[in-house]
Design a binder for this molecule. Sequence first.
Ligand code: CP
Length: 333
Amino acid sequence: MTSRPDPRSLLQDLDLDKQQLLDLLTLAAQLKRDKQHGDELPRLRGKNIVLVFEKNSTRTRCSFEVAAYDQGGQVTYLGPEWSHLGREESVADTARVLGRMFDCIALRGHAQDTLEQFAEHAGVPVWNALTDVWHPTQSLADVLTMTEHHGGDVEDIAFCFTGDGHSNIARSLLVTGALLGMDVRVAAPAGLQPPPDVVAAAEAAARSSGARLMVTDDLYPAVRGADFVYTDVWVSMGEPDDAWAARVRSLLPYRVTDDVPNASNRFGVRFMHCLPAIHNRGTVIGASLHQQFGLDGAEVAEEVFESKRSIVFGQAENRMHTIKALLVRALAE
Ligand code: CP
């Protein structure tokens, strides 16, 4: 038996309209202030949340856990290989079982289809904690971070994503920025731009929000006037290691060195990255890229990542405040 997804679910950025996004951002900012001032009220007492993660995570898992515990809720984490999901038990059956025990489900899945099956069968809210095509809790945190640093109206903010424009976060930022009426630029090589259906959805949203959208392979015009320069890893989790050679070849011109934010000509331009980032040789992947391609860092140079322009750790913190807002909005009585 199937049912309609719970309306409180968040499967992709397009599930929210502009007012819902603004309300969530306002709630997240309030919850952040409450926590900083020690004024937080526990609105999730008695609520049980399950995290079903088919892929590893640092920020997203910890954000759900700390957010829920701060609010008095309880969390169960099912990591990769920790449940019967998809092997001994179908996605639909797992969703029906978990929906009988928990008040909501956050899923990090290999495929969007798994998430959609969960939402169809669980009978409780289901949230996208990252899939191959969307990362909506990340884009929500990113817009909160931009508003904190920009200070003006969200519609006045201009940002430029450079790199793998086909990635989940590039799609989520394009669509969320379009819904909110922002100035969104995506600079990516022809083979790695957001898919046509995502661009069409963003353009449709922009027609009512007034957003200004640019998808191009020409980085420097795209970055001119941007308040924020954003990038992400060139090969995402779940993609094969042998994808690196082609990605290095096509994405090296989109790497964020000092020249990129300098080209914005904005005095307060900031650098953003959803993390984890490859900004030096200090990780297994960073060392391997140095050995194979002579790179010291990949999508972003150390000089930018560690500069005063970099706001990446504020972004990471805001994952927790914005996920808390999602939980409170859906579950608080
Ligand atoms: N940005 C992000 O989703 O980080 P994690 O993979 O650590 O959750």
